[in-house]
Ligand binder design. Structure first.
Ligand SMILES: [Zn+2]
Length: 140
């Protein structure tokens, strides 16, 4: 894997601005959703099977995290908790480079075996998270 630090060239996608806007917009929409007391999202998989899906508890994990209840957020959905933390770190990085006009970090090469390792890691993390939810079943 090779990571480079380079300025944003004309025609490049500004991933920092794009994903910062998406994540901040998502939090804003969720805040409006709950402020208007709209219904919570229902898990179709859980309704049909009685078992949690791999993302069950992600909403409650986000709410617990935003309220500063880190262990509760971790218990609701560990993978969602880690994803929210990663998104938060990315947002801090994106805000810093956008405000400073700094060079951007980019993965410039990832060979085939590295791509397979990343895929295997992601699938394993998703499976381990789902197994945790099936065993611990924090939503019931
Ligand atoms: Zn679910």
């Amino acid at each position: 894997m090779q990571i480079a630090r380079r300025p944003l060239a004309s025609g490049d996608t500004d991933y920092e601005l794009l994903w910062l806007a998406v994540s901040v917009g998502g939090v804003g929409l969720a805040a409006v959703w709950f402020k208007l007391h709209l219904p919570w999202p229902i898990c179709v998989f859980h309704n049909w099977t009685g078992h949690p899906c791999a993302t069950c508890g992600a909403t409650r994990a986000a709410i617990a995290l935003l309220q500063g209840h880190f262990l509760a957020a971790l218990a609701w959905n560990p993978l969602a908790f880690l994803a929210y933390c990663a998104i938060g770190l990315f947002d801090l990085y994106a805000l810093a480079v956008l405000l400073a006009g700094a060079k951007r970090l980019r993965i410039v090469s990832l060979n085939l075996s590295q791509q397979k390792c990343v895929r295997l890691f992601l699938v394993s993390a998703l499976a381990a998270n789902w197994i945790y939810l099936l065993i611990a079943n924090p939503s019931l």
